[in-house]
Design a protein around this ligand. Structure first.
Ligand SMILES: C[S@@+](CC[C@H](N)C(=O)[O-])C[C@H]1O[C@@H](n2cnc3c(N)ncnc32)[C@H](O)[C@@H]1O
Length: 353
């Protein structure tokens, strides 16, 4: 199966300009891009990024260390565990190497679905959608807190009867309610079969605690939602409850399978870990409500789940190989959708209607 698929929520862009993003207010994806040395950020993001650097100068290296963690975990899962499907939630702006580049360099048939709720990330999605002609690379614009929407749309590209690696890198720290964050993780895990993996990295509140607390406080003064939250190691470790941990467990991201002593000793203010869903998952699943299923689908929204502005139904774009249709289209479950399809052969030409 070749090609890429992207789904976009149809939101009210209001006064935010054609991309739907507000350049005057700092956004996590763009601040992070600034720390990584990227160019996809605005003055507001740079001001926020500098305020954070002022409080915690190692934040830039820490951001890079998090990308290193992404690279090593995806390589490990694709190379040593044979994982061929990745659901990368809170994907961020493209930063080479991205998940599909890592996974498809090991297994060209790999399927990757990126999810983010930042319209700026959507506007750069093409760079994330340059997968191999053999694999699938898809982008879903959705809010992590709307797990049903994430799973329904991801199911158009991923086969949820086969193992999936769920990547939640530096994104649960934007869900300040711990119960809500746990429920999100539980719902995602309930949708994937045994043999699937969970990968989490999370801002730490107990590494350089004074500096990071100051850094988080300053950053939140600039971010629209102001919801950035650090958590201690034991709380991050509990996201993996009921799963089989991959050694060395939850550690500083630099210490997870480091490629060198130097890397292992590098500064990082994030905890990271990987674990596998066992045959019998001892994890307490989220409370099911009538009509809610563990398989992906548009189940009822939990009380704490927001309506992230896409209630009119998604705008659906897909790019697929002319040779084969996308797998198991679930568009019937997505009312009022508009379909635009780009046919692309080896990433060269595109046609829209
Ligand atoms: C710090 S970046 C991390 C990017 C990438 N995962 C990494 O670790 O390199 C956090 C990303 O999460 C996204 N994000 C934050 N809250 C989100 C939410 N509720 N739903 C989906 N994405 C979210 C932001 O837009 C941003 O792109």
């Amino acid at each position: 199966m070749a090609g890429v698929i992207a789904f976009r929520a149809t939101g009210d862009e209001g006064s935010r300009g054609p991309g739907g993003f507000d350049a005057k207010v700092a956004a996590p994806a763009r601040v992070y891009d600034y720390w990584l040395g990227g160019k996809d950020n605005f003055a507001a993001d740079r001001i926020a990024g500098e305020a954070a650097i002022d409080a915690y100068p190692a934040i830039r290296i820490s951001a890079r260390a998090n990308r290193g963690f992404l690279m090593r975990t995806v390589s490990y899962l694709a190379g040593e565990r044979g994982i061929r499907q990745f659901l990368d939630i809170g994907a961020g702006l493209p930063a080479w190497p991205n998940t599909h580049e890592i996974a498809q360099s090991i297994a060209p048939h790999s399927r990757i679905v990126y999810v983010d709720n930042d319209p700026m990330v959507l506007s750069h999605a093409r760079a994330l959608l340059s997968g191999t002609p053999h694999g699938i690379t898809a982008y879903v614009e959705a809010d992590l807190r709307d797990t049903a929407a994430v799973l329904t749309r991801a199911a158009q590209a991923l086969d949820f009867t086969r193992p999936v690696a769920i990547l939640l890198l530096a994104v649960l720290d934007h869900v300040p309610g711990l119960d809500q964050a746990r429920r999100i993780v539980a719902r995602l895990l309930a949708a994937v079969p045994p043999g699937s993996f969970l990968v989490i990295s999370h801002a730490a509140s107990d590494i350089d605690p004074d500096e990071t607390a100051e850094m988080i406080g300053r950053l939140n003064e600039h971010l629209a939602e102001g919801n950035f939250t650090g958590r201690p190691r034991d709380v991050v470790a509990r996201f993996f409850d009921g799963l089989d941990p991959v050694a060395p467990g939850v550690v500083k991201v630099t210490q997870w399978h480091p490629r060198s002593e130097l890397e292992a000793r590098g500064p990082a203010s994030l905890w990271g870990g990987v674990a596998r869903k066992p045959q019998t998952c001892r994890r307490a699943e989220p409370t099911r409500k009538p009509g809610q299923h563990s398989r992906p689908g548009p189940g009822p929204r939990g009380d704490d789940d927001p309506a992230p502005g896409n209630q009119q139904g998604p705008d659906f774009m897909s790019v697929t190989s002319p040779r084969q249709p996308p797998p198991a289209p679930a568009t019937a479950a997505l009312p009022h959708h508009r379909v635009r399809t780009w046919m692309r052969s080896n990433g060269e030409s595109a046609k829209t209607w």
